[in-house]
Write a protein that binds this ligand. Structure first.
Ligand code: 13P
Length: 256
């Protein structure tokens, strides 16, 4: 497996933080710090921040993404946003299947699949989140669970479309808790997910897909996590709201 074949991607997931004005300030603060990044740099923001974040990111190497999208193109889905709406405003990336969506908003593997389909159909790149709870880890079903989530989400996704899929392995017990998976744990599961991709597609697809780790990644632990052979980047929550910390993670990814 050749890590150099893959693009390293550091993406911030801002979650439900920042007003449009604050988004502009945050992007403007991050931009000069990451301008020489040797990896892709993405900030996924709340819907209402997308426009001001895009404006602030113009002329920089920061790409702006969304945190979710609906599976239908339009219709009676009060409060939802379609993939087409995102692409029509120039958004190219969307997170789908985040564990907070699964945990608090009834997201299932089936709806994750449908949202992935809609996002791909609208031309978006998807950051697909998978990961186990602490109970599932203790039950020894982490690899199977991640394989199942991956297989259901990618059902019907062609090999060509796979180039617009990034997978983020996010153990639920490590999100926002300050508990990071050890570098070895992160690498083991990322490697298992890569194996699943190999079985679903082929070894070239497995070698080429970017698999991120997410869950309390920060300026202090990023280098060790990102040095792992199967960890190709990070999906960053809390630390993505702090320009210096986020830039330090980008720097760690640049060093690989
Ligand atoms: P934290 O980095 O705050 O643990 O969040 C991780 C995450 O959920 C990114 O999607």
């Amino acid at each position: 497996m050749n890590k150099q074949l893959r693009k390293a991607v550091i993406a911030g997931n801002w979650k439900m933080n920042k007003t449009p004005e604050e988004a502009k300030e945050l992007i403007s603060a991050i931009a000069p710090l990451v301008k020489d990044a040797g990896c892709e740099v993405i900030a996924c923001t709340p819907y209402v921040d997308l426009y001001s974040a895009q404006e602030a990111a113009k002329g920089t190497n920061i790409q702006i993404g969304a945190e979710n999208c609906h599976w239908a193109e339009s219709g009676a889905f009060t409060g939802e946003i379609s993939a087409k709406m995102l692409s029509s405003m120039g958004v190219k990336i969307v997170i789908i299947g985040h564990s907070e969506r699964r945990q608090y908003f009834g997201e299932t593997d089936a709806t994750v699949h449908d949202r992935v389909r809609a996002a791909l159909d609208a031309g978006l790149t998807v950051i697909l989140c998978v990961g186990e709870t602490l109970t599932q880890r203790e039950q020894g079903i982490t690899d199977e669970l991640c394989a199942m989530q991956t297989k259901i989400a990618l059902n019907g996704v062609s090999k060509e479309e796979l180039s617009r899929i990034i997978i983020a392995y996010e153990p639920v017990w490590a999100i926002g808790t300050g508990k990071t998976a050890t570098a070895q744990q992160a690498n083991e599961v990322c490697a298992a997910i890569r194996k699943t991709i190999g079985a679903l597609y082929d070894s070239k697809a497995a070698d080429g897909i970017t698999i991120q780790y997410g869950g309390s990644m920060n300026a202090g632990n990023a280098a060790e996590l990102l040095a792992q052979p199967d960890v190709d980047g990070g999906l960053i929550g809390g630390a993505s709201l702090k320009p210096g910390d986020f830039a330090a993670i980008v720097e760690a990814a640049t060093r690989g």
